[in-house]
Design a protein around this ligand. Structure first.
Ligand code: PMT
Length: 419
């Protein structure tokens, strides 16, 4: 039996007579095993009391952006970060307008602006307010940003009019919440291992060999796979990005540590190596800082080759080998030929080629940038993906992977058909 055990829902109750239904909604979510934390707006508090919300949720109720008590107990950032889902019910016309326009003039609005969590809204308002083009434009804006709409429904309203604008019933809202947590996504049931970022190979206690990888591309891929339902482990070298939501993230420094963490993350159905792993490390790491040697020659640093993580994963025997192994190729010249050769040599199924090196503006073309221009190379096709955001590339890759698993019924790796 599916329930909401282990799920935390942040319920934002904004102003409207339908707020009384939110009390029943809290009861239903609790009954289903979920935890409910509530933000009650000033408008919401005109219709129901903080005491009834606190009594039903068995949690403190948060009301004020500038309350010392609320912010020290649980700041608005933490309130949103600790939720699995944010539900705005009722969502008044005013609250919807604030969300659409990015306002942050209340605890509820600021929390919604600061969140990186999925958001669902259950609008409730007079039918004329709902039909107003301003409200409709705001709703459309929110829908294009991925916010899910529950209702409204049609019927008699508290104001005496009849029409579309009633908040969905608590049972229907609970159904939508359940659907959100349990609907099957394209990669549900599959596990994925993603490497990202650079590796740092120490020379002495303070110096290392590293590279310019920011982790943006690899982290975006991990987030996209997780959003599509995969169970994702991200093994990352040192980056300054936050860990992606809903992804198990393992932090490492060196290539050897990365390989070890990857091995521990197996078995996995999908492996994607986006990390810029150093090909070499110091043959001997000195225990003391290497000193300048006056006018003598600089120190001779002997290097040894690092293990190749992509080749190691691709070379595993079935059933240990991930079903689909995808590498990246960062090349400064002969992009397609060099990447295709790398795919064959390392034994991966697909390789994503990107041209690195200085761009026209003097900055690096790919490392650290928000955008990328890549080619997806399989054993049969080469497909160009025009320059776009690294997130868009990650989303497209996740779609291709989902399609590959559907088409091959998770058996043999096979080339993708072009779109
Ligand atoms: O992190 P960003 O700033 O967003 O930049 C993105 C990126 C440029 C790092 C990314 O798009 C990318 O190209 N990653 C691979 C970089 C790289 O090291 O390419 P390579 O051609 O040297 O290696 C080929 C493949 O072998 C890669 O999948 C790499 O992860 C893997 N490899 C390489 C060496 C090694 N010892 N072990 C490996 O697994």
């Amino acid at each position: 039996m599916q329930d909401l055990t282990g799920k935390t829902i942040l319920l934002v109750i904004s102003g409207g007579i339908a707020a009384y239904k939110s009390l029943e909604l809290i009861r239903l979510i609790r009954k289903a095993g979920g935890r409910v934390r509530c933000i009650l707006t000033k408008g919401g508090a005109q219709f129901i009391t903080p005491l009834s919300v606190a009594a039903l949720s068995e949690e403190p109720v948060y009301e004020d952006l500038f309350s010392l008590k609320d912010e020290t107990e649980m700041g608005h950032i933490r309130l949103s970060r600790e939720a699995d889902l944010i539900l705005v019910a009722p969502a008044s016309a005013n609250m919807i307008a604030k969300m659409a326009h990015g306002m942050a003039d209340s605890l509820a609005a600021a929390t919604l602006l600061a969140t990186n969590k999925p958001v669902m809204i259950a609008p409730a308002m007079n039918q004329m307010m709902w039909a107003n083009p301003a409200t409709q434009a705001n709703i459309e804006t929110l829908a294009t940003r991925g916010i899910t709409l529950i209702g409204p429904t049609s019927g008699d309203m508290a104001c005496g009019e009849t029409g579309l604008g009633r908040m969905a019933e608590p049972e229907e809202i609970l159904g939508a919440v359940m659907g959100f947590f349990y609907q099957s996504k394209p990669l549900s049931g599959l596990s994925a291992l993603v490497t990202s970022g650079p590796t740092y190979e120490p020379l002495d206690p303070v110096r290392f060999i590293g590279n310019r990888s920011s982790g943006k591309q690899g982290h975006a891929i991990a987030a996209s796979l997780a959003a599509q339902g995969a169970d994702v482990t991200l093994v990352t070298g040192p980056v300054s990005l936050p860990d992606p939501q809903g992804v198990k993230t393992v932090h490492v420094e060196t290539a050897v540590e990365m390989l070890d963490a990857c091995r521990q993350a197996l078995p996995a159905d999908i492996a994607i190596c986006a990390a810029a792993v150093s090909d070499w490390s110091a043959a001997a790491v000195l225990s003391q800082k290497i000193k300048k040697r006056g006018d003598r020659q600089p120190p001779d640093i002997k290097l040894k080759e690092n293990p190749d993580i992509l080749a190691a994963l691709a070379g595993l025997a079935t059933p240990k080998r991930p079903k689909l192994v995808i590498g990246f190729a960062a090349e400064t010249e002969n992009l397609i030929e060099a990447a295709a050769e790398k795919r064959r040599n390392k034994g991966c199924d697909w390789i994503i080629a990107n041209q690195v090196g200085p761009a026209d503006d003097g900055m690096e073309k790919v490392f650290g940038r928000d955008e990328n221009h890549v080619y997806l190379i399989t054993d049969q096709t080469t497909e160009e993906w025009q320059k776009t955001s690294k997130q868009a590339i990650a989303d497209k890759l996740a779609d291709y992977i989902a399609r590959w698993f559907t088409e091959t019924r998770q058996t043999q790796p096979a080339p993708m058909a072009a779109e």
